[in-house]
Design a protein around this ligand. Sequence first.
Ligand SMILES: Nc1ncnc2c1ncn2[C@@H]1O[C@H](COP(=O)(O)OP(=O)(O)OP(=O)(O)O)[C@@H](O)[C@H]1O
Ligand SMILES: [Mg+2]
Length: 183
Amino acid sequence: MLNPSAGRGATVWLTGLPSSGKTTVAEALTARLRATHHRVEVLDGDEIRIAFSDSLGFSRDDRNTNVRRIGLVAEILARNGIIAVVPVIAPYADSRAAVRERHAKSGTPYFEVHVATPVEVCAVRDVKGLYARQAAGALTGLTGVDDPYELPTAPDLRINTQLQTVAQSAYAVHQLLAERRIV
Ligand SMILES: Nc1ncnc2c1ncn2[C@@H]1O[C@H](COP(=O)(O)OP(=O)(O)OP(=O)(O)O)[C@@H](O)[C@H]1O
Ligand SMILES: [Mg+2]
């Protein structure tokens, strides 16, 4: 049964470097929300790219197009009462701002969460081996290393996963949603 007080949708965009913990925190947050019968969808970067941005590369324009497309889907879900959790790098401030603006136009709650794990920590975690491949010269254009990551200047929340557990990070995002009366 759905929580009778549920129904306010929102988008929670987790932006940050590769291996910063976006997907991990998104999954923990989603589990928390589902446990209290909220309707949640996760739009994860890798899956979404394959599903409808497969022909896009990693140039600035292509990255921005990918972010705008995901933003469109998230806004539709959120506008219809679902909590859309979006663990996607989104390295450029202008496309992040465009997504925020799209939500503002329809009066749909939007929260930017900066998963601010330092690049040195991300490079040790290196879940997909990207940092190692970049260091070995087998890959170029790695966000935060030899491709830009424009730091969010005014996120709704900043998470330092190197200083706290996954559960603490998920709790912090959950608290944000509670404060803003989404959950
Ligand atoms: N406190 C923490 N919060 C989140 N992740 C953590 C934490 N401590 C260690 N980790 C580990 O860091 C890794 C983060 O990987 P994850 O796939 O979540 O990153 P990502 O930001 O989604 O990367 P990508 O952009 O490549 O998809 C996981 O292996 C996770 O277990
Ligand atoms: Mg991920």
